[in-house]
Write a protein that binds this ligand. Sequence first.
Ligand SMILES: Cc1ncc(COP(=O)(O)O)c(C=O)c1O
Length: 392
Amino acid sequence: MAENYIEEDKEYIENTYNRFNVVIKEGHGSTFVDVNGKEYIDFSSGIGTNSFGVSDPEWVKAVTEQASLVQHTSNLYYSLPQIKVAKLLCEKTGMKKVFFANSGAESNECAIKTARKYSFDKYGAGRSEIITLINSFHGRTIATLSATGQDVFHQYFNPFVDDFKYAPANDIDALNALISDKTCAILIETVQGEGGVNALDAEYIKYIDKVCHEKDILFMVDEVQTGNGRTGYLYSYMEYGVNPDVVTTAKGLAGGLPFAAIMFNEKTEKTLGYGQHGTTFGGNPVCAAAAYSILTRLDQKLFDHVKECRAYLEKKLSGRKEIVSISGKGMMVGIELPNGIKAADVAKKCMENGLIPLTAKTKIRLLPPLNITIDELDRGLDILLKCIGEMM
Ligand SMILES: Cc1ncc(COP(=O)(O)O)c(C=O)c1O
């Protein structure tokens, strides 16, 4: 029974997660099944990682085939799966080179190192400030917590890393006021995920691109959550016709295995040299094979499906008394709840009713698998509406 597992978890696992009382055992597609045999429609995809749902057969085949060839090789040797993924990423994005890591935080660590090194090589010491946005989220390591523009993350672990400045999103004047001859990079999410599913204005994103290129400041986009088809584009920046110097991505890239990529353009591709960055597991062959299986299927047909799902969701939810507003892009959805209704309470009730949503600050956040069917989406939204309705 679930209760026994929960007790054991609490006894043996460090208590850093405020878990919901669900013990997931298995699943298929957009359905999770718990240890008691109860089914849930999945609107979370493991926080945006299971791009094609649970144990998607093509992904399973790619992973098991690679596991039966070789599960890991050191980065001291060339690796076929890595080469295939790096080539595909560069071909699909126009970026020039890739470094592989294991997580979103690590990918942003690499971006931060790249920004500082690029500036050091060209301008010497002292040009080390990185501007990020208020309400951003870039990871849980000390440097990426420092990059994260939320005071709540800047406690307990002092000293943090110096030289991060936080700009209010969508305010060009405020951004200009922070840019100085010490600025080496600006790092943004085009849609702030953990910060509340807030999409940046197109004009603001284009301005950052322009000012960065004018002042030789690196334009870095954190596509950890927005990337890999989530917003209806391969990478969300592609919607805006901008040219970032560094792009980081993880989460959905390998469909649920720990894998991250940092992409460099012609300006940054030579910044990191021998011995200046590395990782044991980064680019692991099984994870790379998983990523190849995902990336080869992130095509226009899928992006159109993501946009169709978005249009369906907006049509179904707009004007409903249970929903105050809808934010985000594609299958990255934020739902503002009526006054007095707490997102965590809605999420709990949804789970009791067979739906797994997420929360982001005061909002309900939905990150369903990208290939969820309209019927599954519809059934899940009905549960969500019912749950909110009963709390009003
Ligand atoms: C935009 C963004 N960057 C970085 C991270 C950190 O990723 P990870 O948890 O894989 O380290 C997250 C995780 O939620 C994220 O949403």
